[in-house]
Design a protein around this ligand. Structure first.
Ligand SMILES: NC(=O)c1ccc[n+]([C@@H]2O[C@H](COP(=O)([O-])OP(=O)(O)OC[C@H]3O[C@@H](n4cnc5c(N)ncnc54)[C@H](OP(=O)(O)O)[C@@H]3O)[C@@H](O)[C@H]2O)c1
Length: 377
């Protein structure tokens, strides 16, 4: 997309962006100076590059101006409504975690525009309810359900093998995500946040790339979080086993990894358009259950699920999005930097490529030649 004057390449900056916090440094309440807190960084200290060490933060953050919803409202004044006035009938979209929140809101918007929608969800009952709601509200019958646990790499490989044989795919939306606050392991012995947010995203995307490669204008969109801005890529402890476990920081690290994945894929798969995004703070079940204190403080100013989904939808269907370079990080339909000014979150040389190698090793361990998945209508 041709850059809109004065808006492209903008920086996430204190008080100027949806969901941004300005936080005093964690070292000492009311200390001199402030640092820019990350958009979407969960409560207080995550805004700083040097968190205070408390999983609950130091309590010093305050939102200075753009609250999540008002940030959206001001950003959306610059949106071009025509960008989303498209018919995507005949195109196939796969959305993970689409029974709820941002994923379901995205699925509805795509279904309204005529797209074939594949919902990939882990819980059959919740997924069937969501499918019914999407079909009823949009009148689009081309909504299909696949039951897959994104924290289970074996299941993902099997699902993808079968999906490739039966469907085409134009757009993959990696939306499923979690913030598990205690260190829990999956049945494969993988730390759950890593398994879902990072490895699941890697395996599903890798497995479906050959299908996407067949299409013109293929896209992959990953729903990350501005919370990642507080984290430098750490490839030495992907499963967070060596230090005191802090679910907020583990989540932020996973979301940083999703940004790196997107950048790396963009370099190696030139005919697919990759993007990664921050939805802003939206009122969803994940925010309510994973961050109850934050939710209580912020609930009156959170974005709606549809507002959180807006940039995902824009990246998925608009021709404007595809005109921008592949591999960028977006908020409110605009590319934004992946590092805060003065933050020491840049990776040392080689770490980003090494992450890809490590994930490839992990993913191969779970690959099996057999296929078969549960597809429900
Ligand atoms: N809401 C925000 O303000 C915000 C901010 C930054 C980033 N995000 C990101 O936005 C994405 C969507 O979250 P949301 O806020 O819309 O929350 P949500 O409504 O709770 O949606 C999360 C979805 O992911 C699914 N999911 C979680 N683990 C899964 C697994 N192992 N396998 C398959 N599906 C799984 C959930 O399924 P179940 O219903 O079965 O649990 C649900 O459908 C996440 O990646 C999140 O990190 C959200």
């Amino acid at each position: 997309m041709a850059a809109r004057p004065g808006r492209a390449g903008r920086h996430l900056r204190a008080g100027g962006q949806a969901g941004l916090h300005r936080a005093p440094l964690c070292k000492g309440r009311g200390g001199a100076g402030t640092v820019v807190a990350a958009a979407g960084a969960p409560p207080p200290c995550p805004g700083t590059a040097t968190p205070c060490g408390s999983s609950r933060g130091c309590g010093n953050t305050r939102v200075v101006s753009d609250l999540p919803r008002s940030g959206y409202e001001s950003a959306s004044k610059h949106f071009n409504p025509a960008d989303l006035e498209v018919n995507v009938a005949g195109k196939s979209f796969l959305i993970t975690g689409s029974n709820s929140g941002i994923g379901k809101a995205t699925a509805k918007e795509i279904a309204k525009r005529g797209g074939t929608v594949h919902l990939v969800c882990r819980n059959k009952e919740r997924a069937e309810d969501a499918k019914g709601e999407i079909v009823t509200e949009t009148g689009n019958q081309n909504v299909f359900l696949h039951i897959v646990d994104i924290s289970n790499p074996k299941e993902i490989w099997k699902f993808a093998e079968q999906f490739k044989n039966e469907h085409k795919l134009n757009v993959l939306i990696n939306n499923a995500g979690c913030m598990v606050n205690n260190r829990e392991l999956t049945e494969d012995g993988l730390e759950k946040n890593f398994a879902t947010n990072t490895l699941g995203t890697y395996v599903l995307t890798t497995a479906l790339l050959p299908l996407l490669e067949k299409e013109a204008d293929a896209r992959v969109i990953t729903v990350s979080s501005g919370g990642m801005l507080v984290q430098k890529l750490n490839i030495s402890d992907l499963q967070s086993g060596s230090e005191t476990f802090d679910g907020t920081m583990v989540y932020a690290q996973n979301k940083r990894q999703q940004v790196v994945l997107t950048e790396q894929w963009a370099k190696t798969h030139r005919n697919i358009h990759f993007s990664v995004m921050h939805p802003g703070w939206a009122d969803t079940p994940a925010v309510r259950s994973s961050m109850p204190d934050f939710y209580q403080k912020m609930k009156s100013s959170l974005r709606t699920e549809a507002q959180g989904a807006d940039t995902v939808v824009w990246l998925a269907v608009s021709s404007e999005a595809a005109k921008l370079p592949s591999g960028l990080f977006f908020q409110d339909r605009q590319p934004v930097p992946t590092h805060l000014p003065l933050a020491s979150t840049h990776s040392p040389p080689g770490d980003e490529e090494k992450l890809m190698e490590l994930l490839e090793e992990f993913s191969q361990k779970f690959k099996s030649p057999s296929s078969g998945t549960q597809q429900h209508g």
